[in-house]
Design a protein around this ligand. Structure first.
Ligand code: SF4
Length: 161
């Protein structure tokens, strides 16, 4: 993915550089996570993206949110508004498909509901190791960084518009 940060206008050069590096590393971790879960599948109903009705939401480190922002920039898209149905704002108009699939965060790559197909055993150890890498690289950018839910990131970004 081309990294097109739109968030570094106020940053000094070193902060912007470390964020860009974090985005690149995060893309690698996310791709590795998808590879780790490659044998697993689901009916792709989009039900798990209905965040309000499920009461569940992916939690993202800052670099995962930056990857989403970079994906939007690459697509020439603005931040989508919140959906009235409470679904993830990154769902497409059908409400069934992710519009940022290649940039989706770790939680979207490693969460499967009871309809999961594939190996009986989940790759918990490899997943944990990759999530540790995400943690470390984010804390390397900002020692006080913390994950937030996707709706929280979206609300904060919307408020800045
Ligand atoms: S980012 Fe994509 S996969 Fe993740 S909850 Fe939103 S629409 Fe679903």
């Amino acid at each position: 993915m081309k990294v097109t940060p739109g968030w570094d206008d106020d940053d000094d050069d070193s902060a912007a550089t470390s964020r860009r590096t974090a985005v690149r590393e995060t893309v690698h971790v996310l791709e590795a996570l998808s590879a780790t879960w490659a044998g697993h599948g689901c009916p792709a109903s989009g039900d798990c993206c209905q965040l309000r009705s499920t009461g569940r939401s992916p939690w993202l480190w800052p670099s995962e949110w930056w990857v989403l922002e970079a994906s939007l920039a690459e697509q020439g898209r603005a931040l989508p508004p919140a959906r009235e149905d409470g679904g993830c704002p990154f769902l497409d108009a059908s409400g069934r498909r992710c519009s940022v699939y290649g940039a989706r965060p770790s939680g979207c790559r490693s969460y499967f509901c009871h309809r999961r197909t594939g190996p009986a055993v989940e790759p918990a150890q490899a997943t944990h190791a990759l999530l540790e890498r995400l943690t470390k690289l984010n804390l390397g950018v900002d020692s006080e960084a913390a994950p937030k839910s996707l709706p929280e990131w979206h609300a904060a970004a919307s408020a800045r518009l």
